[in-house]
Write a protein that binds this ligand. Structure first.
Ligand SMILES: [Zn+2]
Ligand SMILES: [Zn+2]
Length: 252
């Protein structure tokens, strides 16, 4: 077995897990065929331990030393393996860095997201605008706030109750007994007078309760005689009253 043949054989036998020292031993023994079948683990070629299992990409980049052209020294082969391993290691380091960066970025984004999205406890449930109601002190009904008309002390009054109350107050004032001179009997009285129209002036006169049954309230329609109807054949009663007596009805 000459030198080149030995090298050829050695080259073909170089596989992961073989140390240079192993090869030297084998050279001396010249019975290395069986021993090579179970080579001891080489610390150099042990896979780089990482926290993450190597990705398929990483594994694919491992150059396989088998099947190389012959004629190169064992040291060169080992150098190749070592540089390949170094490259592999660098790839793993790079991948790890990228992974760490990605993890940091995810953490950052998660924090930003957590800040931008309000927590459920902070989100107020969409409340219906509270129906502003109040309880009317008069009718005791719950009324919308727009209906609030008057408010004093601890009392609130709705609009319709306020109107009723005002009318009642006016009526009470009207029905209040007053000092007056009766238009008919011309006597002084202290009582609630009756207001009556007595002539075509349509002025309201204060009449006492004694005279009240004997006084006929003026009715302008009574002014229109048959002659006037003939005089104004195409006019209405109010038109005749206005033309003949100057009486203007306030509302018709
Ligand atoms: Zn009310
Ligand atoms: Zn009188």
């Amino acid at each position: 077995m000459n030198k080149s043949k030995l090298q050829q054989e050695l080259t073909s036998k170089i596989k992961p897990g073989i140390k240079p020292s192993d090869l030297k031993k084998q050279k001396k023994n010249s019975q290395f065929n069986q021993q090579l079948a179970t080579p001891p683990d080489s610390p150099i070629l042990k896979p780089v331990k990482t926290n993450n299992s190597p990705s398929p990409i990483v594994q694919d980049t491992i150059p396989l030393p088998q099947g190389r052209p012959n004629g190169r020294g064992v040291k060169d082969q080992i150098k190749d393996l070592q540089s390949a391993l170094q490259k592999q290691h660098e790839v793993v380091i790079t991948q790890q860095k990228k992974l760490t960066q990605s993890e940091e970025r995810i953490k950052d984004l998660e924090e930003k997201l957590a800040q931008s999205v309000p927590k459920p406890s902070q989100v107020k449930p969409p409340e219906k605008p509270p129906q502003q109601t109040f309880s009317c002190s008069d009718c005791n009904q719950a009324k919308p706030h727009q209906e609030l008309s008057r408010q004093f002390a601890h009392h609130s009054f709705c609009r319709s109750c306020s109107v009723k109350a005002r009318k009642a107050a006016e009526r009470q004032i009207q029905e209040q007994p007053i000092q007056f001179t009766c238009h008919t009997c011309e006597k002084n009285h202290h009582q609630v007078p009756t207001k009556m129209k007595l002539d075509q002036t349509l002025q309201e006169y204060l009449i006492c309760s004694t005279c009240r049954p004997n006084v006929k309230e003026f009715n302008e329609a009574d002014l229109i005689t048959d002659e006037l109807w003939q005089k104004y054949p195409y006019s209405s009663a109010s038109e005749i009253l206005e033309k003949e007596f100057g009486i203007k009805r306030r509302s018709e």
